[in-house]
Design a protein around this ligand. Structure first.
Ligand SMILES: NC(=O)c1ccc[n+]([C@@H]2O[C@H](COP(=O)([O-])OP(=O)(O)OC[C@H]3O[C@@H](n4cnc5c(N)ncnc54)[C@H](OP(=O)(O)O)[C@@H]3O)[C@@H](O)[C@H]2O)c1
Length: 306
């Protein structure tokens, strides 16, 4: 049996992973969570290095996928030490434990390791994060590389997919404001039209990771850095317009063409996906198809962990 530990299985990406990998005959998926432990999930606080070592030593998995992280840029900016405990130190602890038992580790990173000034970004382009989140994820990439030779970083851009709460993804979090803007007397909803994003569907990412795991199972593990991205560029204004169309709403949206205040964010971090494409790995569900599926339960998101 090929055993895969999915760390952070209760999150947006982790749930999609468990759903995708769990369908493969001959694979055993062991999900872990921290605050939202449900069903077959093991409880694991990845900040506890001893607990991580003991979990990995008992399970002796063939592969570990790390989807646990602090991924909210504003939270990382406010408390960079707490962010680093998850995004750097925990990656190091998991990768060190994995090395002891020869497991391949896939650690999820972000397009925010780049400054967004010169897209598209290839895997060997120089990272230059603009905020504490991007910096912590970059240091997490380095921690992985220092801890094991059998490791791979997978950088991803803005994610969306089946959510438990519309606020869970920065794509679906626009939906309530889009809907509210159509109310009589409501002000137009301001939407960022400055930064270009490449929204990427979590079931597609899970399919990509399944492809990477298949290669590892054949003894051809992808190591180093890989990137995967959707290929439809859009600003949040454009995303909101498409959400309005999917919900058949006559929304009133106001484009914001400056970068705005607060946590600095990159303008366009389009990730080059050619390394995985050359390996025959990939799937891209058109945005309009995927967002219609995600919003099909509006106004109630999926009621349970899926
Ligand atoms: N979301 C995006 O748009 C986006 C974009 C690019 C890259 N990424 C990257 O993709 C990965 C997955 O992100 P996501 O959106 O799925 O994140 P998420 O929905 O916020 O999920 C975070 C996961 O981390 C777990 N976690 C938090 N603290 C933990 C701890 N102390 N010990 C163990 N587990 C802990 C959570 O478990 P509990 O909830 O059970 O506590 C949850 O399963 C991250 O590496 C993120 O940086 C995300």
């Amino acid at each position: 049996m090929f055993t895969i530990a999915v760390i952070g299985a209760s999150g947006l990406l982790g749930r999609a992973l468990v759903r995708e990998l769990g369908t493969r005959a001959g694979w055993r998926v062991v999900p872990t969570a921290h605050r939202r432990v449900q069903g077959e999930m093991a409880a694991l606080d990845v900040r506890d290095a001893a607990a991580v070592a003991s979990f990995v030593d008992r399970l002796r998995p063939d592969a570990i996928v790390i989807a646990a992280a602090e991924r909210r840029p504003d939270v990382c900016e406010r408390d960079p030490i707490a962010a680093r405990a998850l995004n750097v130190d925990a990656v190091r602890a998991i990768a060190s434990a994995a090395r002891q038992c020869g497991a391949w580790v896939l650690s999820i990173s972000t397009d925010y390791v780049f400054d967004g000034s010169a897209p598209p970004y290839r895997i060997d382009d120089r990272p230059a994060p603009l905020n504490a989140y991007g910096l912590s994820k970059l240091d997490g990439e380095r921690a992985l590389a220092q801890s094991t030779e059998l490791g791979c970083v997978l950088r991803l851009p803005l994610l969306y997919g089946p959510v438990l709460d519309w606020a869970e993804s920065a794509v679906t979090s626009l939906a309530p404001a889009v809907v509210a803007s159509q109310a009589p007397g409501a002000s137009p909803a301001p939407m960022d039209a400055w930064a270009t994003r490449y929204p990427t569907y979590t079931p597609d990412v899970a399919y990509v990771i399944r492809g990477m795991l298949e290669l590892h199972a054949k003894g051809q593990a992808v190591c180093g850095i890989a990137q995967w991205s959707g290929d439809e560029p859009m600003t949040k204004f454009e995303i909101a317009s498409r959400i309005a169309r999917a919900l058949a709403i006559d929304a009133r949206l106001e484009p914001q063409t400056t970068s705005g205040e607060g946590t600095p964010r990159p303008r366009d971090c389009h990730l080059d996906s050619s390394r995985l494409e050359a390996l025959g790995i990939g799937r891209r569900t058109p945005f309009d198809v995927a967002i219609a599926e995600v919003l099909s339960t509006w106004p109630t998101p999926a009621p349970s962990l899926r």
